[in-house]
Design a protein around this ligand. Structure first.
Ligand code: UFG
Length: 327
């Protein structure tokens, strides 16, 4: 039974990964600081180690638990705006913390790593859809932290033979179709949870549309929404590919289909069968007009193809969670 360490396994994407790994019969250990992760998202059957990547004693402590075959790394700060205000927090957690982890892995000879990267590494896209060979010029500290870790991984492969795959997620969304785990951030900044929360609450707080004067068909920002279970699936395929052919690679993970903020709202209205109040607000700083992935490399090299291709279906899974969130 392969032993996998999941850093950030109590978070949104990490917990979906843990559930999938357990279903596939892996031996799973979660490492989480629970600063943003949820204890309620822990899955029965996974071992748990509470600690922070910034503390080398914690990192060594978890790695001493068992001889891990691979590490999946989801633990990171993820808010773009916060990263602009508090870059120290972001470089400290996302870069220095990850470096601690990688150094400890090298010291123990753990040779496989799957990293949660982001479309934020591309900055403002020069071309849509975005391919992996697009220049990496992030426009905020969050994006830089992801780019820097990718650079560290390239250097660690050459120098120490640490094999890795970086998965550049576009807009992660949706929830486990069984409804036991889902997306819960505090504060919540993401579009889909904000739409569903607004629609389901009695507060009649309208959804804010951050800008309707972008150079897009309806003036609102276009994003590529990819289901969290499809992201988990890509990690398993990345691990297979590292076993078959060690190296250092990066792949986009998106549906390859763009939806505007207004289109997401309309799809949510269809799924809910109700009107959702909205208000146009000013643009949010740092939002590119279009972010759409070309994921053909992941299809070709990993054999990954998203199964949730319909926005309505994605929203259904998110809605199921938001109707009855457990945390
Ligand atoms: N939006 C609204 N109203 C809201 C929330 C969002 O109009 O209440 C808009 C945003 O302005 C954006 C779109 O909806 O145009 C999507 O916003 P999200 O916050 O859901 O997602 P982002 O595209 O900003 O963020 C995603 C990831 C980040 C990553 C970023 C890369 O969630 O982790 O892509 O650019 F950094």
């Amino acid at each position: 039974m392969e032993r996998i360490l999941v850093c950030g396994g109590a978070g949104y994407i990490g917990s979906h990964m843990v559930k999938r790994l357990l279903n596939e019969g892996f031996d799973v250990t979660v490492f989480d600081s629970f600063e943003t992760g949820h204890r309620e998202a822990l899955q029965e059957g996974a071992a748990v180690f509470e600690g922070t990547l910034n503390n080398p004693a914690d990192v060594n402590g978890v790695l001493e638990m068992k001889p891990f075959d691979a590490v999946f790394h989801f633990a990171a700060r993820i808010q773009v705006g916060e990263s602009v205000r508090q870059p120290s927090l972001y470089y400290g957690n996302n870069v220095a913390g990850t470096l601690n982890l990688l150094q400890a892995m090298v010291a123990r000879g753990i040779g496989r790593f799957v990293f949660s990267s982001s479309a934020a590494v591309y900055g403002t896209p020069l071309e849509i859809p975005i391919r992996e060979d697009h220049p990496l010029v992030p426009i905020n500290p969050y994006g830089w932290t992801k780019q820097m870790v990718e650079q560290i991984l390239a250097d660690f492969w050459r120098a120490y033979g640490l094999a890795s795959v970086s998965l550049r997620y576009f807009n992660a969304c949706g929830a486990d179709p069984e409804g036991s785990i889902g997306e819960s951030h505090d504060p919540e900044t993401h579009l889909i949870p904000n739409i569903l929360k607004s629609a389901l609450s009695n507060s009649s707080e309208p959804v804010l549309i951050f800008g309707d004067d972008y150079p897009t068909p309806d003036g609102t920002c276009v994003r590529d929404y990819v289901h969290v279970c499809d992201l988990a699936d890509a990690h398993l395929k990345a691990l297979d590919s590292l076993r078959a052919s060690p190296g250092v690679r990066a792949y986009n993970l998106g549906n390859g289909c763009g939806f505007s903020v207004k289109q997401v709202l309309e799809a949510a209205e269809r799924v809910l069968g109700a009107k959702i109040e909205r208000r146009i607000a000013s643009r949010r700083e740092g939002d590119p007009a279009f972010l759409v992935a070309d994921s053909t490399l992941a299809l070709k090299e990993l054999g990954w193809r998203p199964r949730f291709t319909s926005l309505e279906e994605i929203l259904q899974t998110a809605l199921r969670w938001h109707r009855c969130p457990r945390y």
